[in-house]
Ligand binder design. Structure first.
Ligand code: NAD
Ligand code: DAU
Length: 338
């Protein structure tokens, strides 16, 4: 089996490569443009496997993508490559359309041209928009209408529609997964959990948007990887699968938990101006993937968050290099005077 993992130098893609190396004996090619979010250091253990290779390639660069497909001849392509941060999409939507929409279309064309067995699109629960805070009985199912809020979610929803169009029009074998918020090792410290851990360790203010009441449905990254693997093995062609573990938490509760685990003072918590168009609540109904594929999350949040904090403590050099580099400028721009 020959597998291309796009965006494999990022958070979930790298965890997925490690997961697949542990559970299968596949030829894996990581295709990544190495944007600010891609980090080859993350993959240094994966490189020790002789069946692993890497190519630096922008998924929106048609000629380059076709060359990679021509050389490698993949059976399966899993597309993680994306601009993934909502706040950045609010500042500069253009690159989100370029990578997330045009990049996906280029990959779909390459998959048609070179005849693959399966294209899997890694999508997000954000395509469903948000749910009200006072209706805990409501969840996103696969038939919830698409109703996006941010340029990021609009670009991911557009990509999903293209994937479905290529399935219907050209019979391309595809699957789509829509997962809730992930956390775990190798997450870029611009996202809530690693940002709060890094700031806490540095005794820096912990910027909570609005009143911190927005709710996210957190899943340990390895459980996401396992779900994608199960979809590749047994998922039905053309289907969408929601992935989530019924672990809803308000942002402020997550931040307080991190502060407590690290043993710092809650005085570090600083309420800042809210995100524009901030989605209130995400909550996945995972009944379909559970019933059809038998997937269930294995890591409880209480354990996963401890493991994650320990990982950031044990791997300070990995993220300290990031927060001291060009990310510094981004941080100042996003949080100064907020
Ligand atoms: P990330 O930002 O950590 O990593 C993205 C990776 O894609 C990086 O390695 C980057 O270099 C690469 N990339 C960006 N533009 C590229 C391009 N034009 N060509 C090739 N590579 C490019 O993202 P993540 O959090 O790992 O998310 C991975 C995927 O999962 C995304 O598609 C995202 O929408 C989706 N997703 C993320 C979450 C989450 O909680 N993080 C939840 C659900 C779905
Ligand atoms: O739901 C899946 C999505 O989860 C993925 O598709 C996205 O790629 C991923 O980035 C994530 O999006 P969110 O916007 O939910 O994640 P983020 O970590 O940016 O923010 C989580 C919550 O925390 C959100 O309500 C905003 C809030 N927040 C975030 C940051 C960075 C803060 O209060 N302060 C912060 O500094």
């Amino acid at each position: 089996m020959k597998l291309i993992v796009t965006g494999g130098a990022g958070f979930i893609g790298s965890n997925f490569i490690y997961y697949m190396q542990e559970h299968h004996d596949y030829d894996i090619l990581c295709m990544d443009a190495l944007t600010y979010a891609g980090n080859l250091e993350t993959l240094k253990e994966a490189e020790k496997n002789p069946r692993y290779s890497f190519v630096k390639c922008d998924i929106a660069d048609r000629d380059a993508v076709y060359r990679v497909f021509e050389d490698f001849r993949p059976d399966v392509v899993v597309n993680f490559a994306a601009e993934s941060h909502v706040d950045r999409s609010i500042e500069d939507p253009g690159i989100f359309l370029q990578t997330n929409v045009i990049g996906t279309q280029v990959l779909l064309d390459a998959c048609r041209k070179y005849g693959i067995k399966r294209f899997h699109q890694v999508s997000t629960d954000e395509v469903y928009g948000d749910l009200p805070l006072d209706r805990p009985d409501l969840f996103f199912t696969e038939s919830t209408p698409i109703h996006t809020s941010s340029p990021y979610s609009a670009s991911k929803a557009s990509a999903d529609l293209l994937v479905q169009a290529y399935h219907r029009t050209y019979d391309l074998p595809v699957t789509i997964s829509r997962c809730s918020n992930n956390y775990g090792p190798y997450q870029f410290p611009e996202k809530l959990i690693p940002l709060m851990i890094a700031n806490c360790l540095a005794n820096k203010p912990l910027p909570v948007y609005g009143q911190g009441l927005n709710v996210r449905d957190w899943l340990y990254v390895e459980d996401h990887c396992k779900a994608i693997d199960m979809i590749l093995q047994c998922g039905r062609d053309g289907e969408i699968y929601n992935i989530g573990g019924h672990n809803e938490m308000a942002n402020i509760d997550i931040v307080k938990l991190i502060v407590g685990e690290i043993g710092k003072s809650e005085e570090l918590i600083t309420y800042v101006t809210d995100r524009k168009g901030h989605d209130l609540r995400y909550a996945i109904d995972p009944a379909k993937i559970k019933a059809e594929l038998g997937w269930e999350p294995e890591t409880k949040f209480a354990d996963g968050i401890k493991k994650t904090i320990k990982w950031y403590l044990d791997n300070k050099t990995w993220w300290e290099r990031i927060v001291s580099g060009e990310y510094c400028e981004y941080y100042e721009k996003m949080y100064e005077n907020r």
